[in-house]
Ligand binder design. Structure first.
Ligand SMILES: O=P(O)(O)OC[C@H]1O[C@H](O)[C@H](O)[C@@H](O)[C@@H]1O
Length: 319
């Protein structure tokens, strides 16, 4: 993952096509000349679309609220500073499930383009990076009171020819230490849940939230999803990709590497839970999604005054 901000050498006085950007009604969309596109809602800085070759790679519920009244059900909602229901007697106790990042209005900090080395030597692959910011003063009064820390988040969404990268920088801009968890709650778009297998989880420890948060060890080299699944896999090597492969030909559909995000949640609500979620639809859509969520959620990151932390994921899709 090269997120350096190399200025684009082409484009200055040249006629080569450049990435395009549109901003309308608090929705930012960027496209590469090669056809890939990404859409981000400022509400939650939620990525709501990622297209490669005209094909949508992310799942968004047909009943998702896109008006800022509720976190968006689909795409990549960002979880911060607490994952799941907040624990009692903790600094996050008064926050809603998954914190406030996914239900706050972020600001767009700007777009930058860069060139990555092309696959065949002299050719150049363009990338486009969109940066979003959220800080303490931008929160609602309710959230500011519930979590009174001076923080700054910069969330970078980078589109390349065949990947989508999301990176979160957390800064402690105050005088007291704070603890946080974070997670990129990625809803991947799949044709049929029965046709996928999740690889590279074998022998890893996970907490099964459907079984009273008991701890287990993954025995499957290629996990099939056949029922409600809500597992927090812990202490993974972020450089080893989590691969969502087709059961038909064993080829990767998605491959997800991470930086500093050592946990991965695998979630599918299945039939009854899907029906029970007012913003999930149609009912059968649980077959068309799998959440593979890169995060740091099994403990707490402590950030000292003046310090910064960064975590990232890179999702490669079969084109
Ligand atoms: O309904 P939400 O608050 O968006 O949460 C959706 C899901 O997020 C994560 O995957 C959790 O592990 C699940 O327990 C939770 O149900």
């Amino acid at each position: 993952m090269d997120r350096s901000n190399k200025p684009s050498a082409i484009g200055v006085g040249a006629s080569l096509p450049q990435p395009t950007l549109s901003i309308k009604d608090n929705v930012i969309e960027a496209s590469l000349p090669s056809g890939q596109s990404v859409t981000v809602h400022l509400y939650g800085a939620t990525v709501t679309s990622w297209k490669t070759n005209g094909k949508e790679q992310l799942f968004v519920s047909e009943k998702a609220h896109l008006d800022g009244s509720k976190p968006i059900r689909g795409g990549i909602p960002l979880v911060f500073p607490v994952f799941g229901p907040p624990p009692q007697n903790h600094a996050t106790s008064s926050l809603p499930q998954h914190g406030f990042a996914r239900n706050s209005n972020w600001e767009f900090l700007g777009k930058s383009s860069s060139e990555a080395p092309g696959r065949d030597g002299d050719q150049t692959d363009l990338t486009v990076k969109l940066d979003f910011g959220l800080s303490h003063s931008m929160l609602t009064e309710e959230f500011r009171e519930a979590w009174p820390y001076e923080f700054g988040l910069v969330y970078s969404v980078t589109l390349t020819k065949d990947t989508l990268e999301t990176a979160l920088q957390v800064r402690n801009e105050g005088k007291q230490n704070f603890e946080f968890q974070t997670l990129m709650h990625t809803y991947l778009n799949i044709a049929d849940i029965s046709d996928i297998r999740i690889k590279n989880l074998e022998s890893k420890t996970y907490v099964d939230k459907t079984l009273n948060a008991t701890t287990h060890t993954e025995s499957s080299p290629a996990l099939a999803i056949t029922q409600e699944t809500d597992r927090v896999y812990q202490s993974l090597d972020p450089a080893v990709p989590i691969v969502v492969a087709s059961a038909k030909d064993d080829q990767p559909l998605f491959s997800i590497t991470r930086e500093a995000l050592n946990d991965v949640v695998v979630w599918n609500p299945w039939i009854e839970k899907a029906k029970g979620m007012a913003d999930f639809g149609p009912d059968e859509a649980y077959k068309n999604m799998i959440c593979v969520e890169a995060g740091s959620v099994s403990g707490w990151q402590t950030l000292e005054a003046g310090e910064a932390w960064e975590g990232a994921q890179s999702i490669k899709s079969r084109l």
